[in-house]
Design a protein. Structure first.
Length: 72
């Protein structure tokens, strides 16, 4: 089940926990700063390719990035 938190807010939270600016995360993920800004404003997650780049850059799993949990 997805968290109630918008996806972009989760990305911003993780970025700040790692002490990264949008530009630093963009460099690590091979994206632009404007792309990171756009992603942080999104409710839904981006493509798998972008998710993979972000998870590697942040040093977290895709599950952690997406904040997937089983609440059955």
């Amino acid at each position: 089940m997805w968290s109630n938190k918008p996806w972009g807010a989760r990305l911003r939270e993780l970025r700040l926990q790692k002490g990264l600016s949008q530009m630093e995360l963009a460099d690590k993920a091979e994206l632009t700063q404007s792309k990171i800004s756009q992603l942080e404003g999104r409710v839904d997650p981006p493509s798998i390719k972008t998710l993979s780049k972000l998870s590697k850059a942040l040093g977290v799993s895709l599950n952690q990035l997406l904040e997937v949990c089983d609440r059955s």
